[in-house]
Design a protein around this ligand. Sequence first.
Ligand code: ADP
Ligand code: ASP
Ligand code: MG
Length: 410
Amino acid sequence: MGIIVQKFGGTSVANAEKIRKAAELVIKTVKNGSSVVVVASARGKQTDGLVADALELNPNPPEREMDQLLSTGEQQTVSLFAMALQAMGYDAISFTGSQIRMVTDSVHTKARIKSIGADIIHKQLDQGKVVLVAGFQGVDEHDNITTLGRGGSDTSAVALAAALGADECEIYTDVDGIYTTDPRIFKQASKMEQISYDEMLEMASLGAGVMHSRAIEFGKKYDVKIHVRSSSEETEGTIITHEVPKMEGIVVSGATVQKNMAKITLVGIDNNPGNAAKVFAHLAKAKVVVNDIVQTEVSTEKANLSFTVGTADLTAAQKAAEQIKDEVGCDNIFIREDIAEISVVGVGMRTHYGVADTMFGTLAKAKINIDSITTSEIRISCIVDKDQADEALRTVCIAFELDKPAEKRS
Ligand code: ADP
Ligand code: ASP
Ligand code: MG
């Protein structure tokens, strides 16, 4: 019997009625002959509430305790979900991440999964039970509870699907699929039938909050078919898959905006071999996740080194930069928090030209200043003022016709 992993996000389990509705979807899949493993998030905005509770008591809460606290949201959901299934006549059992030995490293608040006790789950499935696993959490080798980063239940689900050899991982959420951009910002965004792992990974890393980027990494590595779909409407969603030839003809597949970010510039570091390495080794030691890096030589003696980080890592990054400043001869540190990054993504960009031209020209016409630019093989990103971010995203979406399905673009 094939296994299907079904993940329900916070809004899809926000109250008793929604949990019952989600349970009906599970039952339907069981009736179709599959074994089902459910991964669920905390209900509604409960995680945000727990964060606020913590900050009320300690403005700088220790990360171990934060993980201990935040993991309780998901634990509540899965036990309630199991009770709902039982009341509907289906045998079900819930587990925390720790109970199924979802072993992670010890980097609290952004832990990475190392191994999963798949046999524990198989044993229960073999007894005909629906197995429910609390998303977003794991346990380190010293039995400390860890969490995988905000939005991390997607990663729990795809990693479980990989470990169990599941046929499919369904991500049930409050949109009916992946759109060319966030439909909350650009209402005319077009839904995609499918998207490649590479494009979705770029989009997720660049701010498309619909999927946790680590989930896509697992999907690609272990060949997990991921289906993002609505928990309230029975429509086909979007399949995340390997690249198919059809996709190559599409130049720009999607656009994103990243608002929770900051840019740190080490102004005037000594232009010597090894200085960039020293800075990033120091940031890595401080467990800071660095996004885009730009270094420019400004004279034979000096260079400017800029990098972006998520807002959550800013304090740690700033501290690390201050500590290394003198060692690399840096004149001063310049930080911008009032920025956002607009990106366009598409595997077709590998073989097409003119994308940068259109993007920069469009932003110029809308009188939006570009602070800095970074590119990869399949994306172009511009940093702009945060208060112009939504307008910049909409402008770019219109320029690349992201309001139309791919086959109708000129
Ligand atoms: P869940 O709680 O189910 O995990 P999330 O809020 O994490 O749901 O993700 C769903 C949200 O992602 C949508 O409501 C949508 O506003 C946002 N989103 C951002 N970018 C996209 C995109 N390209 N396509 C679809 N939704 C997107
Ligand atoms: N509850 C966690 C969060 O709000 C994890 C998740 O929803 O995926 O970030
Ligand atoms: Mg999510």
